[in-house]
Design a protein around this ligand. Structure first.
Ligand code: THU
Length: 135
């Protein structure tokens, strides 16, 4: 799938966003290394704190279907400047997706492109939990 098709999939997913509290709708489309695409949208709830972002919905859908290797993610929000993933999503995308390509877009156009390592340059991850000789 081309980058613009992945963005289009994220735009479609954004239509399902449930964001009555913030009114900030986000869509994501995550491509696995075998070319399968999982989409997600943000889902808010009345406690606010249990809200889940579009990116994590897409990643958890993919993981729960047995996928473990990922190539890139497109994220769409209705902002003129790029809307990059929040800190929690950067962490989850990194831990499960590694150095993904991150394509940001709005309804009209692509707004930016990054490698995830640019957005999360000094990550905490499982490698740090494997240190030998920890007391
Ligand atoms: N949101 C996402 O879905 N992804 C992001 O990366 C940023 C924030 C959602 C969470 C909440 O429903 C709304 O956008 C406002 O923060």
């Amino acid at each position: 799938m081309s980058g613009s098709e992945l963005v289009e999939a994220a735009r479609k997913a954004r239509r399902h966003a449930h964001a009555p509290f913030s009114t900030f709708k986000v869509g994501a489309a995550l491509e696995t290394t075998d070319g399968t695409v999982f989409t997600g949208c943000n889902i808010e709830n009345a406690t606010y704190g249990l809200t889940i972002c579009a990116e994590r919905v897409a990643m958890f859908k993919a993981l729960s279907e047995g996928h473990r290797t990922f190539a890139r993610v497109a994220i769409v929000a209705a902002t003129e400047s790029p809307t990059p993933p929040c800190g929690a999503c950067r962490q989850i995308l990194w831990e499960f997706g590694g150095d993904l390509e991150v394509i940001l877009a709005n309804e009209q156009r692509e707004t930016a492109r990054f490698q995830l390592s640019e957005l999360l340059p000094h990550p905490f991850d499982a490698r740090l939990l494997k240190t030998e000789g920890r007391p």
